[in-house]
Design a protein around this ligand. Structure first.
Ligand code: C2E
Ligand code: CA
Ligand code: CA
Length: 743
């Protein structure tokens, strides 16, 4: 429907596109972030790996150095450099500091001995453990017997003065702890050193671990409230560690996630387990992701804003152009172009009961005169609203020109109800606080399903409307079969007229005329007939059409030439020619030189022009655009006879008639038909009087009965043409009148 809101809905945002762009950006953002996240988590595991490797290497290195120092001491002893144990202890007393040893001890098999700084040890309880190893041995950590510290003991056995002894070099466990605690990940990362049974030897987190805590139990305990999956991972780690395989995995503890990395060391089947709370890194990652996401969203918004800006300014431009081209600025309805373009596609829809109507305000000119142009424009606008109010929603309505509207729509509830509503709605319109009554003419046509040519449909609505224009009681006319057939016939005629002229389908009939007094032949009127196949089409059916598109000019000339050629033959054959009346359509008068063509033809056939009577309808004489006096003077000058045809129907003024040069008045048949033959007060009688006053001859058309003949005779009319004497005849029949004729 040509609905206002649609026109003035300035911008239509294309949500489909917008949504698509949004999705694409979302998709890219999602995968972008996911990619970064993956990248980061590979990065994290690499980091942890590195962290753990470095820790392990440093530990291994430290231990290796310390072991080799112990080895060196024992080697020196074995070479026999020392006499006493005290010698040994004194010699290395200073050097041990370089290797972070706290003390050196030499003990015998019973666990008795002294340290380099004079501590006496008696019956050291685990002494067998140390004599069980030939190579340098590193013990698990244990409490010092001298201080509160935890210590680890390096040991190596040797024989001194034929006695089996063991060298102890002690270190503070804290030293290893220092190695394990590295300031990575804000110090949140931690490391466990475990022995082959999983007992935690050293942990970098805090000191509150009891002795002999098992890492697996510890971890299982931590995750027990969570899920089996994590427990499984821990068990997995257990077997990996036993098989000396390193690995990394993620587990959850409470709300936090931890990365766990484990790798074997080359020290006593010990392993190192690094644990890093993932939010230590996660925090940075999250920050990074939040920033990325924000950038994505901002980019998204920027893209959408740019898109909207471009789109809206384009639409703005297009809309302006559209409004100029398609919208009637007065009513905001569509214009003719809008109507034709939109109804074309409307016609393709499958709606039933489609109608096209054409609405016109009767006597709209008088509103212009009474109220002025501006107010009349307001009337048109108000009417346009009233009309669209009542029309079904799917209507396409336009103002075609002036006060003429056209609408196409579908309506199933009886078209007459709708028309009544429109008429009622328009009958009382408030325009600028004045109540105006509008009388409408509505032409209606019900569209057939196969009709798609909108121009033809508009024509039909116009034709239907033209049927009521002027009638005060009928407001609408629904195009009917009769009208339809008429149009079809007209279309056929228009399509075939040029062909018909070439094919000589137009023939001339001659209707003889007689003098009233002597009943002698006075001449004939040439009347055209169209022999179309088997049918003869009378002129009333095609002349008005031909007049519309100027084809009449060609036809009249053609008939004129035929008549001249016949007259030429008659002259040869009978030695004379009768006067022939030929009808001249008023369309000729638009071009003042038309008579030149006629003269050429009379010259060609050698016809005297005073034998040719040009019949001009009275209605032509009152056309303001035609200077009839000059035209008739011109024709008269060239020697033709002039008749005013259908006299009495054209309302020409007496003064005009007085100034016009013409010879004959042909009284229209209707006056005779309507005359009371027994009275002398008929219009017919007055027309005869006028003719006498104007001193022109009178021809009476359409005399059919003896009564009419007598009536006409009594009034002393000069010539009679009518069925009483003869119908229009074909040339050969008419020639019978010429044969016996004597001048
Ligand atoms: P018109 O010029 O008034 O022609 C007279 C019409 O009255 C003719 O009709 C004629 O056949 C008819 N008529 C004559 N006597 C009687 C009668 O007693 N009773 C009845 N009922 N009718 C009678 P037609 O031939 O059908 O022509 C109709 C009109 O067509 C003509 O009216 C004329 O205006 C136009 N016309 C005919 N031939 C031509 C032509 O060659 N050129 C032009 N421009 N118009 C033509
Ligand atoms: Ca005539
Ligand atoms: Ca006539």
């Amino acid at each position: 429907m040509i609905n206002k809101s649609e026109h003035f809905k300035k911008y239509k945002i294309n949500f489909k596109w917008l949504f698509l762009i949004f999705l694409v950006i979302l998709f890219l953002s999602y995968y972008g972030i996911k990619y970064i996240k993956n990248l980061t988590s590979t990065n994290i595991s690499n980091n942890i790996n590195e962290f753990s490797e470095q820790t392990t290497a440093q530990l291994e290195n430290t231990i290796k150095n310390q072991k080799s120092f112990v080895e060196l001491i024992v080697d020196t002893i074995n070479r026999g450099y020392f006499k006493t144990e005290a010698d040994i202890l004194n010699t290395f007393s200073d050097d041990i500091k370089n290797y972070n040893f706290t003390r050196l001890f030499i003990l015998d098999k019973n666990g008795n001995g002294v340290s380099n700084d004079g501590y006496k040890v008696e019956n050291y309880s685990n002494i067998q453990e140390f004599f069980a190893h030939d190579d340098v041995y590193l013990s698990d950590n244990r409490p010092s017997i001298i201080s509160d510290n935890q210590i680890n003991i390096y040991s190596k056995t040797f024989t001194f003065n034929n006695e089996e002894k063991v060298l102890f070099a002690t270190i503070n466990t804290q030293d290893y702890k220092d190695i394990l605690v590295r300031r990575l990940f804000d110090g949140k990362a931690g490391t466990f050193l475990i022995n082959e049974n999983g007992v935690i030897l050293i942990n970098s987190f805090d000191d509150s671990f009891e002795n002999n805590v098992n890492i697996y139990d510890y971890m299982l305990n931590k995750v027990k409230s969570n899920n089996l999956e994590d427990a499984e991972k821990i068990n997995n780690m257990h077997s990996n560690i036993q098989n000396k395989v390193s690995g990394i995995f993620e587990i959850n503890y409470g709300k936090d996630t931890y990365f766990v990395q484990h790798s074997p060391t080359n020290i006593n089947n010990w392993s190192i387990i690094s644990v890093i709370p993932s939010n230590a890194i996660g925090k940075e990652l999250n920050q990074f992701l939040v920033i990325s996401l924000a950038i994505c969203i901002i980019a998204n918004i920027v893209v959408i804003i740019i898109y909207l800006y471009i789109d809206i300014s384009n639409q703005h431009k297009n809309l302006k152009l559209y409004n100029v081209a398609y919208i009637d600025s007065l009513t905001s309805l569509g214009n003719e172009l809008y109507f034709k373009e939109n109804s074309d596609s409307y016609l393709k829809n499958s709606a039933q009961n489609k109608y096209i109507i054409s609405i016109d305000i009767n006597k709209f000119k008088s509103f212009n005169i009474m109220y002025g142009y501006d107010f009349s424009n307001h009337i048109i606008t108000a009417l346009s609203q009233k009309i669209t109010e009542v029309l079904p929603d799917d209507n396409i309505t336009a103002r075609m020109y002036n006060d003429v509207f056209v609408s196409i729509f579908s309506y199933d509830d009886g078209i007459k109800n709708l028309l009544d509503k429109i008429i009622e709605n328009a009958s009382n319109i408030n325009v600028d606080n004045k109540f105006i009554h509008l009388n409408l003419s509505i032409g209606v046509y019900k569209i057939k399903p196969d009709e798609k040519d909108i121009n033809k449909l508009v024509d039909k609505a116009y034709i239907a409307r033209s049927k009521i224009k002027g009638s005060f009681y009928d407001n609408y006319y629904i195009f009917d079969e009769e009208l339809e057939n008429k149009i079809l016939k007209e279309q056929e005629i228009e399509l075939s007229m040029e062909e018909a002229l070439k094919n000589n389908e137009f023939k001339v009939l001659y209707q003889p005329k007689f003098y009233t007094d002597t009943e002698k032949l006075a001449g004939a009127e040439a009347l055209v007939r169209w022999y179309k196949g088997d049918t003869i089409i009378p002129p009333n059916e095609f002349i008005p059409l031909f007049e519309k598109d100027k084809f009449i000019l060609k036809l009249d000339l053609y008939i004129f030439e035929k008549v001249c050629s016949d007259m030429c033959k008659w002259k040869e054959q009978y030695g004379f020619t009768p006067t022939v009346s030929i009808n001249v359509s008023k369309e000729h008068f638009v071009n003042a030189n038309f008579i030149d063509d006629y003269i050429k033809i009379t010259n060609k056939y050698g016809i005297e022009r005073n034998k040719i009577d040009l019949e001009i309808t009275e209605s032509a004489t009152i056309d303001k655009n035609i200077d009839i006096i000059t035209i008739l003077n011109n024709i008269k000058e060239k020697g033709f006879i002039i008749s005013v045809d259908d006299f009495g129907t054209g309302y020409s003024s007496l003064s005009l008639l007085q100034n016009m040069k013409f010879d004959i008045i042909k009284i229209d048949k209707s006056f005779l038909d309507n005359a009371d033959l027994n009275s002398n007060k008929n219009i017919f009688n007055y027309i005869v009087l006028i003719s006498k006053y104007l001193e022109v001859k009178i021809i009476v058309e359409g005399v059919e009965t003896i009564e009419q003949l007598n009536f006409v005779r009594n009034l002393k009319c000069d010539i009679i043409q009518g069925y009483y004497y003869s119908k229009p005849l074909v040339k050969e029949e008419f020639e019978n009148y010429l044969k016996g004729y004597n001048i």
